[in-house]
Design a protein around this ligand. Structure first.
Ligand code: 5GP
Length: 177
């Protein structure tokens, strides 16, 4: 096990590059089977999911489209809750078979707030693929269709995920010591 330092915090190896790659190829295989003869549109959520989306896409042997979007939350003028809006979603989702690609689902709040906006466009189907899922942190229940790893409620970095801007380039996933 190796320990690295990012900013002021120490992180130890949690998932090796090989373990991640193996699991990503298994998820892709499941999607290849489930979507055979169909043409899903993958919507990857930036920034964290870029590596997962890229590796996942390389393993697909079906026809598939991919777009990247960014979610931003802001406080509504009148509502007290955060509103989630998307930047970069140009595709018309009507009748499309959509697969959301996330790096990590923590409380579930982000997707819980965002999904109604996608469903409003009446896609034919909507599924979620997330590399990591912190099951103990769930506050907003979601149906997750493809989950890479169920992980404890500890902060992680690497493979696209950052700690205060750094660590996204790591091939492994590290956990806060
Ligand atoms: P949720 O809305 O599900 O609570 O949070 C989802 C977002 O929080 C993720 O897309 C990610 O940006 C961030 N996040 C949650 N847990 C972690 C973590 O352990 N590490 C990092 N780097 N980001 C996290």
């Amino acid at each position: 096990m190796s320990v690295i330092k990012i900013h002021d915090k120490s992180f130890e190896t949690y998932l090796s590059a090989e373990t991640i790659q193996q699991r990503v190829s298994e998820i892709a295989a499941a999607i290849n089977t489930d979507y055979k003869g169909r043409r899903p549109l993958f919507i990857a959520i930036l920034n964290g999911s870029f590596m997962f989306a890229s590796d996942l896409f390389k393993h697909l042997d079906i026809e598939a489209e991919l777009c990247f979007i960014k979610l931003a939350s802001y406080k509504g003028m009148k509502s007290s809750g955060n509103v989630v809006t998307s930047i970069g979603l140009e595709d018309d989702l009507f009748d499309k078979e959509v697969i959301i690609v996330e790096d990590i689902v923590d409380t579930g709040k982000t997707l819980h707030k965002f999904l109604p906006k996608l469903l409003h466009q009446q896609p034919q189907s909507l599924k979620i693929a997330t590399l990591l899922h912190k099951t103990d942190a769930t506050e907003y229940p979601l149906t997750l269709d493809y989950v890479g790893f169920t992980i404890p409620n500890k902060f992680v970095v690497g493979y696209g995920l950052d700690y205060d801007g750094l660590g996204r380039n790591l091939k492994e996933i590290y956990q806060l010591v």
